[in-house]
Design a binder for this molecule. Sequence first.
Ligand code: COA
Length: 671
Amino acid sequence: MTTTFSNPLLQAPTRPTPKRVAIIGAGSIGPDIGYYLKSALPSLSLTLVDLQQPALDTAIARLRGYAEKAVARGKMKPSDKDAVLANITGTTDYDAIAGCDWVLEAATENLALKRRIFAEVEARVTPDAIITSNTSSLPAARIFSELREKRRATVTHFFAPAWRNPAVEVVDWPGADPALVAHLRRFFCETGKLPLVTADAPCFMLDRIFDNWCNESALLLEHASAGEIDSVAADYVHAGPFFVLNLARGNPIIVETNTLQADEEGEHYRPASIFRSVDNWITIKPNQRLEVAPDTAATVRDRLLGVLFSQSVDILDRAIGEAADLDLGCRVALGFRRGPLELMRALGEKESARVLGRFARERPGMPMPKRPLADYQRFERHVLVDDLDGVKVITLRRPEALNALHDEMTDEILDVIRRHEGDDAVAGFVITGYGTRAFCAGADIGRFPSMLGDADASAQYARDCSRLLVHLDAMAKPVVAALNGMALGGGFELAMRCHALVAVRDAWMQLPEVTLGILPGIGAMVVPYRRWPAAAAVFHDMLRRGERLKAARAHELGIVDSLADDPRALVQEAVQRVHALAERRMPTPDGPVEIPPFAGQAPTAAGGMALSRATVALIERAVREAAAAPTLAAALEIGYRAFGASACTAAAREGIAAFHERRAPDFTKTG
Ligand code: COA
């Protein structure tokens, strides 16, 4: 791989942000890519090119529809809509692309056609304009073979719906300038996407999984119906292969892509012949399941897992992609409940080996592991680790949940710290979040429902979640939090236990737990009062009303040590702070602290929503008792227990249910 940093935003920019982009092909994905670009960069000028004017008119109407829906749903300000929809032109004239700094091709999957398009494009743009193709299968070396300036070209493969699906494969092929790949990774990450770098193999990384998963399903039709196969597959994916094929009109695509793989890599990839004779599969919807006879279900399950495992080990053995990207990409781009390597780990080595053994017998020629299965599990799943100037930079990467913390991520952070804290060559650590939106959106709310109603289990959960924070308290080497975006709940609690905080100017902090009918139990009711006592009134409002604290205000209050203009400058600043702190870091004071009284107003959230009186009373009591506690450890214990008590209230049940049902909670009925 040519990239130096795992976190794309640590890379120095190698090109300016694009100002004029053209997309060739106004089918479905081209306009969707255009909408993503325009919503991320409203001032961008976008030219859609197609052979047919009606296709262009439909595409532009579609973009208008997206923007109107976004405004209606409160996802876009009405004032932003005009900018997003401005500067979009549809044309049948290739000359209109002259002056574009990026031309993205999203036409039909046909090598000859693509080459013709690139010849037209290259005749009109400057030699350093970027040219990318959205092909899902054709290797870059082949589609760009006739370009005069190959270094500015590569594949950027989006996933449907491209305006919302964050995954984009960026192909690192030998002809491309390494600086181009670095630029695209950086650009995509900065604009809210999840770039996944792959090698230039046919179908790259994720479509090797998806196409073969679909092909295997079609080959299984001699054992089970499409509905039965989708029912078994539902254990692994949110929508079964046949349902997705219907949705995407995908049969011809599988024929195309699997023929390519068969021609290149062997007959075992040849597409099932049934794809050529069926238009639409008779199957179930994602929320339905058919009863499947146990023997049939076992056959289908083994083959589906077999193809996933076989493709995954092949992708890793041939270095087509990285392990964490593979799992994350399958979840985010393809709708898998768990990545294939996670599935393999959950199944265990013995059972995975059995599945692979059966697959080898039933599907001779398919790739098999070249190393012991345990080898494929040695990677960090939820964090990226980079070295910068003698400091380990740990980036939290769970884009599907705004980098929310769960047990496995907590353990990975701890493991990285433990692995390096004794190393003299490592001065300390920086913790930051992936992308530009979130440092960390708190503890993973997905786990909360299972604890509701059990005070001891909930208190223990808070204690367990604190293992990283307690470790930070006792560390000799400095850890600096670099807030690249929102730091909410447990994310802010993690940041406040770091030994210094730096933030980008538009970062903000919030303790939204009170709006969920619970309280922040892993330090927020304790640490800030001891560490920044002069800001106690601000913390009262954050805890009792869910008030937001902007980075600039936090800087004035001395909570944030310095502000930076962009994520790269932020991490550089954090690294410098690690070095400056080496000799004089300040732990959270141990003794009790005086706090101002709470004002007696009605419990209302910053946005006006009525809050639970019971939750607010629990917060006030815990804050008062923790402030008076003789040691930090005793104060933290008060927080854990208060969290346990809050988890047993009617307000917690209502608040957590409302989050999962995507509605506002009604605490007027819970007290
Ligand atoms: N735990 C688990 N998942 C979380 C999460 C958390 N703390 N915070 C956000 N997510 C998930 C969302 O469920 C959503 O997943 P989905 O796409 O599968 O539905 C995804 O991250 C994106 O968030 P979304 O809510 O769609 O974005 P938004 O821009 O509408 O709102 C927030 C952003 C931060 C305001 C909103 O996500 C939120 O309130 N999150 C909870 C924050 C919180 O209370 N943290 C403290 C927990 S103790």
